[in-house]
Design a protein around this ligand. Structure first.
Ligand code: PLP
Length: 383
């Protein structure tokens, strides 16, 4: 049986989620926008799901917009907010370590005439709130900084950044796709105006997410059509997916503290074990300010890709960085941003733990990894 250590890429939908989704593929198949009776049950389910998500992040149900995933939520936040505020200014601030869903949206804004400042992080992947403040200009309309990084797990001081961004009158977006289920997402203490989440990282279905939009925040839609989701996300709602997202998020929240403590313990054993037993391995990301289940490294002499192929053959699934980069030979932009050379930035190895992992899994990986890295290092040396 595979030891799955790639929960930052995706998770399996849990049984309770599947059970909750099932009726909406069957008897309750109606379109929530329909006026006739078949639309009622899905419409009510949609609004219950909205209230459920709002309960976890402590906002009003009307501030939740369901989307087709984390990428779409990020695109809507970045493109939608900047475009809606164009009359006020044309400068946007983000960071060099964001997910491509944010970075590519920022690049699109540049093509539309916006100026974008990409703030660097330090070697641990931490973004300095003062650096954000310094990057802001009088016409900055939007700042986007992720809550936790998908490649290196570092958790940003979002609350501090949010306070100062909002005191300067700009909108503040955070990509909380990796943080959801692992950290409290209370929007008041985070001081955010926009926050993205995705269901498939929290044991929900793929292709569904949500964007929190603080009441009164200007936002242009990026999709046009039937005006669903208050005109912010046209398209017939993915009712089973949305129900699944809400159930997944509520379950994750109810188990969060205990599960985060358990995963932190496993993570620390894994990190300590790798650094001890694998010569030439180095931690990436912050040692303490990191996601509970997130262990990431770079290796001096062997590529992440070759290690993960060998681990895969031995029954361990992990990643060399973000899932979106899988198959790409480009060095990771995040590892470059934290100061690695392009050559070393190809040597990333990410192991992300989740619900089904045990201490035995960690021990098995620690038994396997040193031999694999040793063999690959010898092979690399004689090449
Ligand atoms: N943002 C972050 C930080 C992510 O890790 C991911 C997925 O890897 C996304 C956004 C995109 O989410 P989705 O896969 O739901 O489009």
């Amino acid at each position: 049986m595979t030891i799955y250590l790639d929960h930052a890429a995706t998770t399996s939908a849990r049984e309770e989620v599947l059970q909750a989704m099932w009726p909406f593929f069957g008897d309750a198949y109606g379109n929530p926008s329909s006026v006739h009776g078949e639309g009622n049950v899905p419409k009510q389910a949609l609004e219950r799901a909205r209230a459920g998500v709002a309960g976890v992040i402590r906002c009003r149900p009307g501030e939740i917009v369901f989307t087709g995933g984390g990428t779409e939520a990020d695109n809507l936040a970045v493109l939608g907010a900047a475009r809606a505020l164009r009359h006020r200014g044309s400068h946007v601030v983000t960071t060099q370590i964001e997910h491509h869903a944010v970075l590519r949206s920022a690049e699109q804004l540049e093509r539309e005439g916006f100026r974008v400042t990409y703030v660097p992080s330090d070697r641990d992947g931490l973004v300095d709130p003062d650096a954000i403040q310094r990057a802001m200009e009088p016409d900055t309309v939007l700042v986007s900084v992720m809550l936790a990084n998908n490649e290196i797990g570092t958790i940003q001081p979002i609350s501090e950044i949010g306070k100062l961004v909002r005191s300067r009158g700009a909108l503040f977006h955070t990509d909380a796709v990796q943080a959801a289920g692992m950290m409290a997402l209370d929007i008041e203490s985070l001081h955010v105006d926009l926050l993205s989440i995705s269901a498939h990282k929290i044991y929900g279905p793929k292709g569904v997410g949500a964007l929190y939009v603080r009441r009164g925040s200007p936002l242009d839609p990026v999709l046009f059509g039937g005006e669903q989701e208050r005109g912010l996300r046209s398209g017939t709602e993915n009712v089973p997916g949305i129900v699944g997202l809400a159930v997944a998020l509520m379950l994750a929240e109810s188990e969060r503290e205990a599960e985060a403590a358990r995963l932190t313990d496993l993570r620390d054993r894994l990190i300590g074990g790798v650094l001890d037993r694998v010569p030439g391995s180095h931690l990436t990301g912050h040692r303490v300010r990191r996601l509970p289940g997130h262990a990431s490294f770079y290796l001096d002499r062997v590529s992440g890709e070759s290690v993960l192929v060998n681990l895969d053959m031995a029954g361990v699934a992990c990643s060399s960085g973000s899932a979106c980069r899988a198959g790409s030979t480009d060095p990771s932009h995040v590892l470059i941003a934290i100061g690695l050379t392009p050559a070393l930035a190809k040597n990333g190895l990410r192991m992300t733990l989740g619900r089904e992992n045990t201490a035995q899994d960690v021990e098995s990986v620690l038994q396997l990894l040193p031999g694999i890295v040793e063999e690959l290092s010898v092979a690399a040396a004689i090449r």
